[in-house]
Design a protein. Structure first.
Length: 210
């Protein structure tokens, strides 16, 4: 019976390690740490299968439980605030980004249909697109600045790509405004190139490439 359980456990571990190595979203360190902790706990808590061994089981299990709780508490204290995330800042920026991008897309459509003048387009670019985007970018950089040293490698890369995306969008908006004010088609083309570059970064992030 023990041999059958052992074979099943070995196969289970092998398949999970294989899956974890092939999936970049799986934290193998956490999985292997859990495996090691479970194995050690099992070794400590194991009891011979006879009636004489059951007497000290409760006391030993209680001591192991207390020791495990202390170990976890110490681990939490030692690693507290070691790593942070930027999810709150991302949500805040994402809400503002959605409004600005929607306004920009709708305004471009109106320009193409000829329902608004170039002067109106320039005003919308200044007041409803560039100004709020610049403010949101400044706020994001300010709010995340203190967290940068504690970001994980993955989140640090994500932060860098997001900031690059934000600046590319801002540069594109400003170039587009200049192209309208100066009637400069070359700047309009540069703006479009930066928008495409920003979109490529965003697509990579959304596809898990960070």
């Amino acid at each position: 019976m023990l041999k059958a359980i052992g074979n099943n456990a070995a196969f289970f571990v092998f398949m999970n390690v294989l899956f974890g190595l092939g999936n970049k979203n799986v934290d193998m360190a956490a999985h292997l740490g859990g495996l090691a902790a479970g194995f050690i706990s099992g070794m400590v808590l194991r009891t011979p299968l006879d009636s004489n061994a059951s007497g000290n089981r409760k006391r030993r299990n209680m001591l192991v439980g207390i020791g495990g709780a202390l170990a976890v508490s110490i681990g939490v204290m030692l690693t507290a605030n070691r790593y942070v995330d930027i999810q709150a800042e991302l949500r805040n920026f994402g809400e503002k980004e959605e409004i600005v991008v929607e306004t920009f897309t709708e305004t471009l459509r109106e320009v193409q249909e000829g329902t608004i003048s170039e002067d109106a387009f320039a005003t919308i670019l200044k007041e409803e697109i560039i100004a709020p985007w610049e403010a949101a970018l400044t706020e994001f950089e300010s709010d995340t600045q203190g967290k940068l040293p504690k970001l994980s490698k993955r989140n640090s890369k994500l932060h860098g790509n997001l900031v690059n995306y934000m600046h590319l969008r801002l540069d594109a908006f400003k170039l587009l405004l200049e192209s309208v004010e100066e009637n400069d088609q070359q700047k309009a083309q540069l703006a479009n190139a930066k928008l495409l570059e920003a979109q490529a970064i965003l697509d990579s992030i959304q596809n898990g490439g960070n």
